[in-house]
Design a protein around this ligand. Structure first.
Ligand code: ADP
Ligand code: MG
Length: 339
């Protein structure tokens, strides 16, 4: 159904809502599901007493707890093809911790998510074009983590303390028409398995860094960017496309137990970044001339992939549990504010 929506999303942002099944643990604690799929494009959030109301939210597509990865990523190739054709594409997942962002973006070995599927699809499409003999391709990737205001390169062996000395700066690469993290390690990639191994390496380093900082990796934004350079064999003209996959930090509000110290600083910074992202998306959807990209490093990093000719797909991941209803409401409101 959304096959055509993805093809038509020139410059616009598409928002998909996905909610996971109720976990066994939640059921055991007396939670009941309060988020229901109303139809292919809307969800109903039921609020229990004292509210006793139901609120409906509309999206470009809705996937409920019984939607397997295959269904969510059907017709995926159109979006990946546009990267091969020289467009910038961003896909990101927004939602509270535990809502299913990582499941959607990365998945598991048996139920792969968006990253491994796009990687397979990308190399499949590249090989198909290469067989036609008119273009040759080079694929590069970098993987960074944005923790508070700090950019950490996940593809180099560096302790977080060291990264402070060599702060990575965000620059615009006019030649390639993409944002560029100065000094970041861009790995050249030769095939899907190599890229998946690089991804696993970055993910491992992210966990190590978070543990060293005594925090959780769900408190940072993870960005994987894959750059595709297509060189035309007849005139050597190079076209750049880029796909950025972003697993955002958990959107949950501050807990009462976190009203001081590092946890507070973390929460404030996450809130700032997600607000900045929401402001950019809202400005784009209203056709504003002034899109406030420069308000946060997160939106600066995504600047080339939000707006203009870029194609953006946002997942809002939700928990269906009654105990998460208020967080779910906040997420649904955030995701639909642009409408
Ligand atoms: P987040 O990254 O938003 O913190 P996770 O992706 O880690 O959340 O998901 C939390 C838990 O819920 C994990 O155990 C994950 O396997 C499970 N889960 C998430 N989404 C789904 C889904 N659509 N179907 C089944 N299980 C899911
Ligand atoms: Mg996660």
């Amino acid at each position: 159904k959304y096959h055509n929506q993805i093809q038509d999303m020139k410059g616009s942002v598409r928002v998909f809502c996905r909610f996971r099944p109720l976990a066994k643990r939640e059921e055991d604690l007396g939670d009941i599901p309060v988020l229901h799929k109303a139809d292919a494009f809307s969800v109903d959030l039921q609020r229990l007493a004292p509210h006793n109301d139901t609120r409906r939210f509309d999206f470009d597509a809705v996937f409920g707890g019984d939607s397997p990865q295959e269904e969510v990523f059907r017709d995926w190739e159109d979006l990946v093809q546009s990267v091969v054709d020289g467009y910038n594409v961003t896909i990101f997942a927004y939602g509270q911790t535990g809502a299913g962002k990582t499941h959607t973006m990365y998945g598991t070995h048996d139920h792969p998510g968006l990253a491994p599927r796009s990687i397979d699809s990308l190399f499949h499409l590249i090989h198909r074009e290469e067989r036609q003999g008119r273009k040759s391709f080079t694929v590069k990737a970098y993987m960074i983590e944005l923790y508070k205001q700090e950019i950490l390169d996940l593809l180099v062996e560096a302790r977080r303390e060291n990264s402070k000395e060599k702060q990575l700066q965000i620059k615009k690469d006019a030649g390639r028409g993409i944002m560029f993290v100065e000094g970041v390690c861009e790995r050249q990639i030769h095939g899907p398995d190599e890229l998946k191994a690089v991804l696993a390496e970055g993910e491992r380093r992210r966990h190590t860094a978070a543990t060293a900082m005594n925090t959780s990796s769900s408190r940072s934004h993870l960005l994987l960017s894959i750059i595709v350079e297509a060189t035309a064999k007849d005139n050597d003209q190079v076209i750049y496309g880029k796909i950025t996959l972003c697993d955002l930090a958990g959107s949950e509000r501050l807990k009462k137990s976190e009203v001081s110290g590092d946890a507070l600083k973390e929460a404030i910074e996450i809130n700032k970044s997600l607000t900045a992202l929401g402001d950019v998306i809202e400005a784009l959807s209203k056709g504003s001339k002034n899109v406030p990209y420069r308000n946060h490093k997160l939106t600066m990093l995504m600047q080339d992939s939000l707006g203009g000719s870029a194609k953006t797909l946002m997942f809002v991941n939700c928990s269906p549990a009654s105990s998460n209803a208020e967080e779910t409401l906040t997420s649904l409101k955030w995701a639909t504010r642009a409408k």
